[in-house]
Design a protein around this ligand. Structure first.
Ligand SMILES: Nc1ncnc2c1ncn2[C@@H]1O[C@H](COP(=O)(O)OP(=O)(O)OP(=O)(O)O)[C@@H](O)[C@H]1O
Ligand SMILES: [Mg+2]
Length: 343
């Protein structure tokens, strides 16, 4: 376990600012997800922590020690890479043992540690197999065991399950969560899948264009996204363009209270935060999808904008129906101002 602090860390590749100066503190035993679209700087940030990329500026501190000039294999970190590569000329045991052999541990200790690591990822009995004889999920587990066996204080995982199907991803991330809890290992997990981040993380760091947009628990980020980017990126959010004027915002035919400066603004409403009400805005249903626990209706607002609404599954709603809806809970975003949130 270790504390990790990033202090003004940045990375430029020539004229590309992959990571703008950012600071972040991660506590002992925490599991933090770095979440953001492709190219937002997640891998670059992780690689700087692991020592595979030298920051242009700033410090990476592990338990208060600046590790700038410490080589990757001398850092108390281990990394599962985005494109993991097992050595196909080695069997599973040898793949996992490799890092320990570099450390010149006695064979008996290597054996014990490798078997423990394989057991942790549920692969005991697979020692003699070639990576070619493993499924994608099993290969990922070997890649994880290869890191765990080094007993790192900080585990860095760069989209380790990106190539796997949804079902397997969900299972493996639960396994990672359990191992992480059991070992209390400080973990940074990169993903561009928001469901993965919401399910896995103690805290989520949302990144966009090399900068941190928001840091918070999954609940905080879902309930109170602090920027339009986060609002649009996490979960489903209706982002309705409108105008703020005299303490109200008008968008898509809605007019709601918003204590925010006059000008262009965006009304943000989650599909589950609309209510059906007589005084509401009349919207026309274009499509209805039964999602089991509720119906998802795609409707058309006053100005033709698309609005997604969740409706109780016991109601009968069909294409072409007119519904009267109102946002019960919403936020209003305006450039250069703190968001306004309804009570
Ligand atoms: N070695 C490099 N040389 C030049 N530019 C680079 C290099 N590595 C990354 N970049 C650029 O830095 C930016 C951030 O890249 P990075 O790989 O960190 O993104 P990412 O968030 O991990 O994306 P993805 O989700 O696609 O893996 C991108 O614009 C990328 O093109
Ligand atoms: Mg990446």
């Amino acid at each position: 376990m270790a504390r990790l602090s990033l202090a003004g860390v940045s990375k430029e590749f020539g004229s590309v600012a992959a990571v703008s100066p950012l600071s972040l503190d991660i506590t002992d035993g925490e599991l933090v997800c770095l979440l953001g679209p492709s190219g937002s700087g997640k891998s670059t940030l992780l690689r700087m922590i692991g020592g595979f990329e030298m920051p242009t500026a700033g410090q990476v501190l592990i338990d208060g020690q600046d590790v700038a000039h410490v080589r990757p294999n001398r850092r108390p970190t281990a990394m599962v890479f985005q494109s993991h590569a097992l050595w196909t000329h080695m069997n599973v045991f040898e793949n996992v043992a490799f890092g320990l052999k570099l450390r010149k541990l006695p064979a008996a200790q290597v054996h014990e540690k490798v078997m423990t690591a394989l057991e942790l990822v549920g692969l005991n009995g697979y020692e003699k197999r070639s990576p070619r004889q493993l499924s994608g999920g099993q290969q990922q587990r070997v890649a994880i065991a290869r890191c765990l066996v080094l007993e790192p204080k900080i585990l860095l995982m760069d989209e380790p399950f990106a190539s796997l199907d949804q079902h397997l991803r969900e299972r493996l991330r639960e396994e990672v969560r359990q191992i992480q809890r059991k070992l209390g290992i400080t973990t940074l997990f990169v993903t561009h899948a928001q469901d993965e981040a919401l399910a896995l993380a103690d805290r989520i760091v949302v990144m966009s264009m090399g900068a941190i947009e928001q840091v918070g628990t999954p609940d905080e980020i879902y309930a109170n996204p602090s920027t339009p980017f986060v609002a649009g990126f996490i979960g489903t959010m209706n982002m309705l363009k409108g105008i703020a004027q005299a303490g109200h915002v008008s968008a898509a035919g809605f007019r709601v209270k918003a204590d925010i400066a006059d000008g262009e603004a965006t009304l943000a409403v989650r599909p589950e935060d609309f209510v059906l009400t007589d005084g509401g805005l009349a919207v026309k249903v274009r499509r209805v999808v039964n999602l089991g626990p509720y119906l998802l209706a795609e409707a058309e607002g006053g100005d033709g904008s698309a609005i997604t609404v969740h409706i109780d599954k016991n109601r009968v709603v069909r294409e072409g129906d007119i519904l009267a809806i109102a946002p019960q809970r919403y936020a209003v975003y305006r450039e250069g101002a703190a968001p306004y949130r309804s009570a």
